[in-house]
Design a protein around this ligand. Sequence first.
Ligand code: MRU
Length: 356
Amino acid sequence: MGAATPRKPGFSLYWEKDAVMAVDQRALPHAFELLRLDSVDTLIAAIQNLAVRGAPAIGLAGAFGVALSARAHHAAGAVDDTAVQADAARLAAARPTAVNLAWGVRRALGRLPGGPQAVLDEAMQMVAEDAAVNAAAARRAAELVGSLLPDRPLRLLTHCNTGRLATAAGGTALGAILKLAHHSRVAQVMVDETRPLLQGARLTAWELGEAGVPYRICVDSAAAAAMSQGLVDCVLVGADRIAANGDTANKIGTYGLALAAARHGIPFIVVAPESTWDHDLPDGSGVAIEERDPAEVTTYAGTAVAPAEASVFNPAFDVTPAELITAVVTEDRVVRPRPGHHEKPLRHRIAELVKE
Ligand code: MRU
């Protein structure tokens, strides 16, 4: 894994001369660098250290990983199937929560009988499809938000990074925000900083700045206060895994946002590709939540900020129950787990339940 000549490619990851090229998301916003990932091991490391991150992007990385493996284990016109299957299992397990990773690996593996080039072609096809799928989901979500809130330029709030960096291109929730901005429907975006790794402050702010969309970084713990002060018209987030009933796993802090949005009657919209649904999972209780290194919390920019002996709770994701979600928007459809819930704040619904 090494830094390559910086330039702005059309896709956040792509294939070039025997290797995967990917934007190094750890370096932003200070530097725009490309990584050259030429082995399964370097690719797994890049997924685990979040150089390549975001559910759709790691799904595509997983598919490219299978292509790298198939090329490495190819001799005399035959692929060593067992070796590629073993690499595929390691790739799929690199991070546990986003269903897209195992999905991408499985889909690429399905082309193994056709040989290494067939696997690589499939991975490249998936990159092109992801860009198209995101554009469709973002358009649909922007239309939905526009119809729910037709009157004025909107104050939107988003969490983590769901933009082009987290996908092949275009982005999901951030793609919808950019689409709304394109139609002059955005007054300002509140960007949750997204502790502890600051995907919002570092990456979403960078993408919005590039696009010229006004934004304000919001301390995660101030998001509920922003809603109570009437500074937020709608919340848009992405997803790492959506259970069959609509329960949605996403970056830690999303559940709290959904609770606050329901309390204040604010629409809470999830934007994600169809491939993020895990139809085998009945509800969100079965989602494997990644717990990350305590050092992400006990240090800040390389400096220790907590007692050396402090123990830490550092889940990377949480699960938002479907009943708190106004709509899940994909490239194909708008699913309303709880139609119109946002029109009635949670406390009113609780009062109704108590009366029943
Ligand atoms: O740990 P990360 O940065 O990979 O987490 C990413 C998120 O939670 C995103 O919101 C999600 O993957 C959707 S990206 C379109």
